[in-house]
Design a protein around this ligand. Structure first.
Ligand SMILES: Nc1nc2c(ncn2[C@@H]2O[C@H](COP(=O)(O)OP(=O)(O)OP(=O)(O)O)[C@@H](O)[C@H]2O)c(=O)[nH]1
Ligand SMILES: [Zn+2]
Length: 353
């Protein structure tokens, strides 16, 4: 396997123009356990840990390696390698970690395309699709919506669901597959290009592992039957892993996510709801909240039916969440700064003594 097979490309070449220093190898993180990693290089696959320095200088989860990351490492023996640097990322998918305000969790790095996976049965939910879209847009990753378990519903129902999605979500491709019959696999495989990196995002039990098992032609991960009464999978993916397909595509599986907190400080939300945002530009007041103001172009469009009501409600909800995230990030930075000042003060004090 060469670096291109691992997904290395021109773009990485340009962001890593410093090159790799002499004693190190470059590799890609293909699995992550609790602060332990599996890294694949051109010479093989190695269990790896990070240097103490990397750990102590990390200011948050984002500074630790994640699946998909390119790293510089030193292979000490076949069973042990040390990661000493995470190379700059061209994209990073993150979400707000549950119950840790302002702390983000990196889902995957250096992803080109994310498949937002949703099963057509009870899992189907357009609000959640918009939430995942915001995640993708704020990560600079192109989204593709992938519906699964199409064998569970009649064809006309599937057509209806796809229309429903397209009415609310424009310009995002929608694919549909069944892992039972493998219908739709041909169109899905056409989307997957050699050397590009993809990831699967979605709730637990929507069929991500089953799909990967089928696509990679081997049983890589155990999947278990879902008990019909609870709809809870017995086996769930416990860590992320990267798979290399025969056609050269690279796919990252992700553990099913129960909560996808918005971790957006950029324009991900605006991109997702660009229709609403474009109306908002002509609101009478610059700081219009689009809730009660006179001369609000969004409310007018809503009235006329030019904006979908559910999309509007979801937009406001995610906007509130984003504002909350942004303020908790600001709060965290302020605290860090204060702490930094205290440390500096003490250093000065002790230096004098
Ligand atoms: N009828 C039907 N069942 C499916 C399909 N795909 C997956 N399943 C079943 O759904 C259950 C869950 O599938 P998994 O592949 O484990 O789901 P997952 O998304 O990987 O779940 P996590 O690992 O928890 O994230 C299994 O019992 C599968 O057999 C499908 O296309 N049709
Ligand atoms: Zn307005």
């Amino acid at each position: 396997m060469n670096l291109e097979d691992l997904g290395y490309n021109n773009h990485l070449e340009t962001i890593n123009k410093d090159g790799i220093s002499g004693d190190f190898e470059v590799g890609r993180v293909i699995a992550e356990y609790k602060e332990r990693y599996t890294v694949r290089t051109v010479s093989g696959e190695y269990p790896a840990e990070i240097t103490g320095n990397l750990r102590y200088t990390a200011t948050g989860r984002e500074d630790f390696p994640a699946v998909g990351d390119w790293v510089e490492l030193m292979v000490l023996d076949p069973d042990f390698a040390i990661i000493h640097k995470v190379l700059p990322r061209h994209s990073v998918i993150k979400r707000q970690a549950v119950s840790q305000t302002g702390e983000v969790q990196v889902i995957a790095a250096n992803i080109d395309v994310a498949f937002i996976v949703q099963a057509v049965d009870r899992d189907f939910n357009i609000n959640r699709l918009e939430r995942y879209l915001t995640l993708c847009h704020s990560s600079k990753v192109s989204p593709v919506i992938l519906l699964t378990k199409t064998d569970l519903i009649p064809e006309n129902r599937l057509t209806g669901l796809i229309e429903e999605i397209q009415q609310r979500i424009e310009n995002v491709p929608v694919l549909a597959v069944s892992n039972e019959t493998e219908e739709g696999y041909d169109l899905l495989l056409e989307k997957i290009e050699k050397g590009k990196t993809y990831c699967l995002l979605g709730s637990s039990g929507v069929g991500k592992s089953t799909l990967l098992n089928h696509l990679s032609g081997k049983t890589i991960m155990k999947t278990n039957t879902i008990s019909d009464s609870t709809r809870k999978g017995k086996h769930t993916t416990s860590h992320r892993e990267m798979f290399f397909l025969d056609n050269g595509g690279i796919i990252i599986d992700n553990p099913g996510m129960r909560e996808v907190g918005i971790a957006d400080t950029g324009s991900g939300l605006e991109t997702t709801f660009d229709r609403i945002v474009s109306y908002a530009q002509t609101c009478k007041f610059k700081d219009c909240t689009h809730i009660h103001e006179t001369g609000c172009a969004v409310l007018e469009a809503l009235e006329k039916g030019d904006i979908d009501e559910k999309a509007y409600e979801n937009y406001l909800k995610l906007k509130r969440e984003k504002a909350h995230f942004e303020s908790s990030v600001a709060e965290k930075r302020k605290k860090e700064k204060q702490f930094g000042k205290i440390v500096k003060h003490y250093k000065k004090y002790y230096a004098k003594k």
